[in-house]
Design a protein around this ligand. Structure first.
Ligand code: AR6
Length: 204
């Protein structure tokens, strides 16, 4: 893993991901991040993100769980949206969910070209965060987009999730976002987030 030391004068290992950078320690960013292991449909927050498909009409995985918990009115609103392109996001109400809103994003199906998949996955995080800002939402909870049925390797996907979020939170217009919650389901995914979080959100 890359060095996360504040000094930054140690040799950086050559096994770091090619696009990883060393982020300046700033506890203000770390204070706006949470890692939560469990069911995203239980979170009473301003918004949760759905790892949807282009139809926006439901499916398996977290998408199925969100539609089941939100009830049929979510499906009715999604039908009005005319789908969504890969890497883009659309917002609805949360209906029977404890979350006020659902931000539906369409992750890439993993494959080639890798750079295109990575850019699409980054765009999922970026466009979801943009919708949170536009709608003055204080919290946004992300599942690990594309890493289930869509097959994106968890470590690569987590680098992208954390890097895109850190860069976004640095923007002045993001200052109303109080908290970004990364929601993991499995122990393995939790371990990956725990290992990589300090690279992007180093403690001060
Ligand atoms: N809460 C939090 N995370 C969950 C939950 C939950 N209730 N359920 C699953 N996960 P996936 P994708 C995790 O497959 O890879 C659907 O059919 C899961 O363990 O839900 O983007 C859509 O309609 C994994 O870590 O999404 C699309 O067709 C992560 O959520 C397709 O799947 C994402 O896994 C999207 O595939």
């Amino acid at each position: 893993a890359a060095s996360t030391s504040a000094g930054g004068d140690e040799a950086v290992g050559d096994n770091q991901s090619p696009d990883s950078e060393v982020y300046t320690p700033n506890s203000a960013f770390l204070d706006r991040i949470s890692l939560y292991q469990g069911d995203i449909t239980k979170l009473a927050v301003d918004s949760i993100v759905n790892a949807a498909n282009k139809s926006l009409l439901g499916g398996g995985g977290v998408d199925g769980a969100i539609h089941s918990a939100a009830g049929p009115k979510l499906y009715d609103e999604c039908r009005q949206l005319n789908g969504c392109r890969t890497g883009q996001s659309k917002i609805t109400l949360g209906y029977d969910l404890p979350s006020l809103h659902v931000i539906h994003t369409v992750g890439p199906v993993y494959g080639l070209p890798k750079e295109e998949k990575a850019e699409q996955l980054a765009s999922c995080y970026r466009t979801s965060l943009e919708l949170a800002v536009e709608n003055q939402l204080r919290h946004i909870a992300f599942p690990s987009i594309s890493t289930g049925i869509y097959g994106y390797p968890i470590e690569d996907a987590t680098h992208i999730a954390l890097k895109t979020t850190r860069e976004f939170l640095e923007k002045p217009e993001a200052d109303k976002i109080e908290r970004v919650i990364f929601v993991v389901w499995s122990d393995k995914d939790k371990e990956v987030y725990q290992e990589l979080l300090p690279q992007y959100f180093p403690p001060a």
